[in-house]
Design a protein around this ligand. Structure first.
Ligand code: PRP
Length: 214
């Protein structure tokens, strides 16, 4: 028997540092996300009053859920979008979680014969150095990237800088900004056609909330 559940708009939300700012923006757009969502360990949360279902995802996986259509839309950082290169529509710059992608090293860095670059973003790093005409070995790490130049795994890293605190506390310097990062609203291509009214309505409300903040 098929369930008589209404067709909710499925939204992949990134857990962690973006979530607080994203939920604040959604609330400003008139979507009453209950405050207890902010600390819950629940992964799928229905909000039938606003016709939505939130999927609490690891940020790097948001584009995958959206590409496969198990989420209709999602909130994701431009860093993840650049790295993952998924087939999704980028609908809106939400202007939140501002930071940048940069090349970072020790202040006394000098070119080496066999340069190594550690990063959580191997595609972004490889493309950047290829465009610079520099041959480097890219080493993928999953976190605490700043360790790499400190303990001699790599001579530089490509990583996100937000406040710069991690760099300062570890005696590292930003050598070059590669691109600026903010969070984006993305949509599955089929959902965008089939649920256009709901998605467009949400975009309009978010856009007004973003404009009201500026
Ligand atoms: C990110 C990033 C930097 C840090 C930058 O790490 O990789 O390490 O934040 O922020 P800051 O400029 O404000 O210091 P994250 O906190 O995501 O943890 P990670 O070490 O697991 O990557």
């Amino acid at each position: 028997m098929s369930s008589a559940k209404p067709d909710l708009l499925k939204v992949a939300m990134p857990k962690g540092r973006i979530y607080k700012q994203a939920s604040k923006l959604f609330r400003a757009a008139g979507l009453p996300i209950p405050a207890d969502f902010d600390d819950t360990r629940k992964l799928v949360i229905e909000l039938p009053e606003v016709g939505m279902e939130f999927i609490m995802a690891k940020p790097v996986d948001v584009p995958t859920y959206v590409e496969y259509g198990v989420a209709d839309i999602g909130v994701v950082g431009k860093d993840v979008l650049m790295e993952e290169d998924k087939d999704v529509y980028e609908l809106l710059d939400l202007g939140i979680a501002k930071c940048r992608m940069s090349v970072i090293g020790l202040p006394d860095w000098k070119p080496t014969i066999h340069p190594r670059v550690a990063t959580k973003y191997p595609n972004v790093a490889s493309q950047y150095f290829r465009e610079q005409g520099q041959q480097v070995e890219v080493i993928k790490l999953n976190g605490s990237i700043e360790l790499a130049p400190l303990i001699g795994l790599a001579d530089r890293i490509v990583d996100m800088v937000e406040t710069g605190q991690t760099l300062r506390e570890n005696g590292l310097v930003e050598m070059k900004e590669i691109f600026g990062i903010t969070s984006r609203l993305i949509a599955n291509r089929v959902s965008y056609r089939m649920k256009n009214e709901a998605i467009q309505g949400l975009c309009d409300r978010l856009q007004s909330a973003i404009a009201a903040k500026v």
